[in-house]
Design a protein around this ligand. Sequence first.
Ligand code: ZN
Length: 319
Amino acid sequence: MPPHARTSPPPGSGHPPGRPACVRYTPGSKRCQGLPSRNRYLTWEGSPRTECREAGRRLAAVPEGDVVWRTARRLHEALAGRVLTRCDVRVPRFATANLTGQTVTEAISRGKHLLIRTDAGVTVHTHLRMDGSWRVRPASERVPGNHRIRLILGNDTWQAIGYLLGIVEILPTTAEPATVGHLGPDLLGPDWDPAEAERRLRANPSRPIGEAVLDQRNLAGIGNVYKAEMLFLRGVNPWRPVGEVGDLPALVDLAKRLLEANKDRFGQVTTGSRRPGEETWVYGRAGRPCRRCGTPVRTADQGSDSESRVTFWCPHCQT
Ligand SMILES: [Zn+2]
């Protein structure tokens, strides 16, 4: 395990200059090591624990429902009930869009999608995909030129800056169903419906469970970390067909509990330990001994999605 270190990473490491090192940075290494989740640097205050972009890229973890839920809450706190005084859309298709003068009514998450609605019946739909993030800064703070910025929405108090967003589109709020209507029940949404999620999963009984729970049309919010962890905790091999998973309701319930337990805090913890390197059972631990039986944790790609679908499992504990 990399030692806990706070020295400055070397030039070229990708670390913001002048910022403290990632808590998992190893002196002498060119890169920060092995953070289990990328949301540590999805931050508003730039705390040391959240600065490691290198680790996020190495593991290519996609933000999961809990991260997006927390992002929506922060955007809601900064924007809702306030009149937009700045709207800077830096994607060609919507570059001329101007929402200034409109009041943001709410910002919500739907699975891994973010919806910012205004009183003019307009929705700003964004998705973080692999590398996106939002930062909320005081309105008075100058935003430096940055080619990674895709969108800025501001009011008299705050400005929300979206970096490397995978999706940016502006649409009538009435058209939202065409964008997010395909999603299954949202694990962190007010309409969470475990029976419906289970029904959708069972609709394709021969599909490997590791693929099925990532399919946002079945249930919305699970990404690579929770997939690997929930299957380990239930002793289910990621390649077992859905129809052969013994207690599917318990698996769905566990997914819900894992996201709920993590939605209010940075980092994704499934072991109960927040110590660096101890947060997960199998995710990010390829080749290291299983915490239960000592068998080396295995890793492989699963599924054909263009996003990274690397999975981790213990071949002894998960059958
Ligand atoms: Zn094991």
